[in-house]
Design a protein around this ligand. Structure first.
Ligand code: EPU
Length: 292
């Protein structure tokens, strides 16, 4: 049986990834799959595993930069309704990996469940948020997460609970191939007070960060708790441009892509920022953005 036999209706060849990434840059995926249910997803993973085809999971594309030459192997997009369900069970919320983080946050706030409201305004899916432990200075998703269902590279479905889940600053040990869904245990609170807290957070974020589709999230992690944005700003790099890639004037840890920008422009700007911050500020910065 060939790699795609029987899966033709869910797999496309040469899908341009630019339209699936916030930067709107980059080349195609060799194979691009949108499975409709878990059985199809597991079958797809098993086939790729057997045929040694590399797999990547795409969320909303808000924390990736796809290279201009595109990516080899299979890109799996969990966009079907089967992967995007959000349900409340008592004080917990259970969300599918493909559910948008924003919708998950507002669902909890409307139900008077506190914990996730500080995550408002962070783009992406629940799966992506868990993978990189998305958060703000006020909290992160990992601190509320009590269980996760994952699928391994060989297609086995497993549960991770309690101590098996380890979250650090913008990282988690959920490095299995697929995060399928996760549960967060929250605290009861007054929905009106919660909504006010969420709105406040949203206003601060909007005022301090560029929030559009022509950039992703923060490019670098904060080295040892120091704001990477502040370091890049103090190195005098706001507004620095390579081709169509520009260091944001609003927050220096964001790169904005202008018309005619290529991924190569962004990569060259990343190298420039990193070397200038090393030379001028004596600090090495690690990427938060994933390069595909
Ligand atoms: N600052 C500057 N210039 C800049 C940017 C920031 O001087 O260009 C200063 C600010 O004035 C402030 C300090 O740096 O005094 C900290 O700035 P901010 O509150 O924006 O926080 P940050 O450390 O730069 C982190 C997260 C953000 C998160 C904010 C708010 C990282 C890499 N960044 O940014 O997360 O939204 O706190 O909680 O952890 C992300 O991870 O993608 C992200 C955007």
């Amino acid at each position: 049986m060939g790699l795609l036999t029987g899966l033709e209706n869910i797999v496309r060849c040469g899908e341009p990834l630019a339209m699936h990434a916030w930067f709107q840059l980059g080349g195609p995926a060799e194979y691009f799959a949108e499975p409709e249910n878990i059985d199809q997803l597991v079958e797809l993973i098993r086939r790729c595993h057997e045929e040694d085809v590399e797999m990547r999971i795409l969320g909303q594309g808000s924390n990736i930069l796809v290279r201009d030459e595109g990516v080899p192997g299979m890109v799996i997009h969990l966009s079907a309704p089967a992967f995007c369900d959000i349900r409340i069970e008592g004080r917990s919320i259970v969300a599918g990996a493909g559910a948008l983080l924003g919708r998950t946050v507002t669902t909890t706030v409307n139900r008077g469940l506190a914990g996730l409201e500080s995550l408002i305004g962070i783009p992406g899916t629940v799966g992506g948020a868990l993978h990189g432990n998305a958060g703000t200075r006020s909290g992160n998703i990992g601190q509320w997460t009590i269980n996760a269902t994952v699928i391994t590279t060989s297609g086995e479905i497993c549960q991770r609970v309690g101590d098996e889940l380890v979250f650090g600053y913008r990282q988690s040990n959920l490095d299995d191939l697929v995060i399928l869904e996760a549960g967060c245990e929250l605290e009861e609170d007054d929905p009106k007070a919660l909504a006010r807290r969420m709105q406040k957070q949203w206003i601060v974020k909007k005022a301090s960060q560029p929030m559009g589709h022509q950039c992703a999230g923060c490019v670098f992690k904060n080295p040892r708790g120091v704001s990477a944005g502040e370091l890049i700003d103090r190195a005098g790099l706001k507004g620095t441009r390579i081709g169509g890639a520009v260091v944001s004037d609003r927050h220096a840890n964001f790169i904005v892509s202008e018309p005619e920008c290529t991924s190569q422009d962004v990569l060259r700007l990343i190298d420039l920022i990193r070397s200038q911050v090393r030379d001028r500020m004596g600090v090495d910065m690690e990427l938060e953005l994933e390069i595909w």
